[in-house]
Design a binder for this molecule. Structure first.
Ligand SMILES: CC(C)(COP(=O)(O)OP(=O)(O)OC[C@H]1O[C@@H](n2cnc3c(N)ncnc32)[C@H](O)[C@@H]1OP(=O)(O)O)[C@@H](O)C(=O)NCCC(=O)NCCS
Length: 180
């Protein structure tokens, strides 16, 4: 792998639409994106705006994926990551999440934590979160509708700046229910 990350610009609009519409996204709420929807997402600034930045995941000169960073004015930004089907399952996801984690903490000094949410059965994404030092913080039952009409559980992960700096992964306090 020879990976780098390139920020998207206005001239990438057509490539972005092609990327989004030419693959299936089985774990996203919209699993097949049509041209109109993709165009609307681009126009409304979902990828590049004051609050959003996006980057091509480039491997050996080819765009194999897309990182989208959201809520950049907040102390807790979120991200989305999509790899082409042909490039899934070969370790690119973990490199991308390690990269975006460092980018957010270094570029935005006020960012205290970074969050990501995925469908409970997205095993590859969940492995990537854990490998990159993210801790599971949330389990939302019946929270994630899919295009087929079923409803799935969603899981939320986050990494703290202090953990990223120390290399530890601190667990949330789960057993904190007040006693009567
Ligand atoms: C989710 C995604 C980013 C993961 O990146 P990836 O490069 O494919 O993942 P990796 O190859 O690094 O694999 C990560 C781990 O998941 C495991 N894995 C991969 N595919 C798997 C599958 N279908 N079932 C179970 N485990 C799987 C790998 O063995 C690896 O495990 P390890 O850490 O123990 O070695 C990528 O698959 C993708 O873009 N999927 C479609 C879009 C998506 O679901 N994005 C997430 C939105 S929140």
């Amino acid at each position: 792998m020879n990976m780098s990350f390139r920020r998207i610009s206005a001239s990438d609009a057509d490539s972005l639409i092609r990327f989004l519409t030419s693959e299936d996204w089985p774990f996203h709420v919209v699993s097949q994106v049509d041209r109109e929807t993709a165009g609307q997402w681009v126009t409304e600034g979902r990828f590049e705006s004051e609050e959003n930045r996006s980057f091509w995941v480039v491997d050996d000169g080819a765009a194999v994926g897309l990182v989208r960073l959201m809520d950049l004015g907040d102390a807790t930004p979120l991200f989305d990551l999509r790899l082409r089907a042909a490039d899934r399952g070969r370790g690119v996801g973990a490199v991308a999440v390690a990269w975006l984690t460092r980018y957010l903490f270094e570029e935005f000094p006020d960012v205290r934590r970074i969050e990501g949410t995925t469908r409970q059965d997205n095993r590859a994404m969940r492995r990537v979160f854990v490998r990159c030092g993210y801790a599971k913080e949330a389990h939302y039952r019946d929270a994630w509708p899919s295009s087929g009409g079923e409803v799935h559980d969603a899981v939320g992960y986050a990494v703290l700046r202090r953990d990223w700096l120390s290399g530890e992964v601190t667990a949330p306090q789960w057993n904190d229910e007040p006693c009567e």
